[in-house]
Design a protein around this ligand. Structure first.
Ligand SMILES: [Zn+2]
Length: 166
């Protein structure tokens, strides 16, 4: 499967490849941290800009609801949840009575570079247009979250940056 790049920002890169039934998204984070722990306004940001993502279902080890899990989770996992929610919102806005998508995020930083996530979504080639629409919105939200967090939370983010680089 051929990889297609859709976003190259200073914070992260997104590529995807598709089969008939699935999409694999590769996300490379270009930050010295990979957890929402270092973006302490994540919950408030989502509440303001995309509240429905806080109610998405999450299957995590600790069985935490996503609005709790979101305070300390991998950035790739957050990206997955926002994308799933945006897929549902896009599909509903086109008249669907209900919409369900599921996904899974994994990483292996022994094998791949630090900050690389692989996100699998159960959406196939025939829904590429819907995927692009949701992906575009997800990328914009994610960029905004990181930008606002880094410019507003100097006290929280700055020590974290130097600590992780050390
Ligand atoms: Zn989850």
């Amino acid at each position: 499967m051929e990889k297609v790049s859709v976003n190259t920002s200073q914070y992260f890169q997104i590529q995807y490849r598709q089969s008939n039934k699935k999409t694999a998204i590769t996300m490379q984070i270009n930050l010295p941290f990979v957890s929402t722990k270092y973006l302490p306004m994540t919950g408030a940001f989502l509440q303001a800009h995309n509240p429905s993502v806080l109610r998405t279902q999450c299957f995590n080890d600790a069985n935490l609801p996503f609005d709790i899990e979101v305070k300390e989770t991998e950035l790739g996992h957050l990206f997955e949840h926002i994308l799933l929610d945006q897929l549902c919102l896009s599909e509903m806005s086109k008249g669907a009575k209900s919409s369900t998508f599921s996904g899974r995020t994994s990483w292996d930083w022994q094998k791949n570079p630090y900050g690389m996530f692989e996100i699998w979504i159960d959406i196939g080639k025939e829904q590429l247009q819907l995927l692009m629409e949701a992906l575009k919105k997800t990328i914009a939200l994610f960029e905004k979250l990181i930008f606002i967090s880094l410019s507003q939370s100097h006290t929280n983010a700055a020590p974290a940056l130097s600590y992780i680089r050390a």
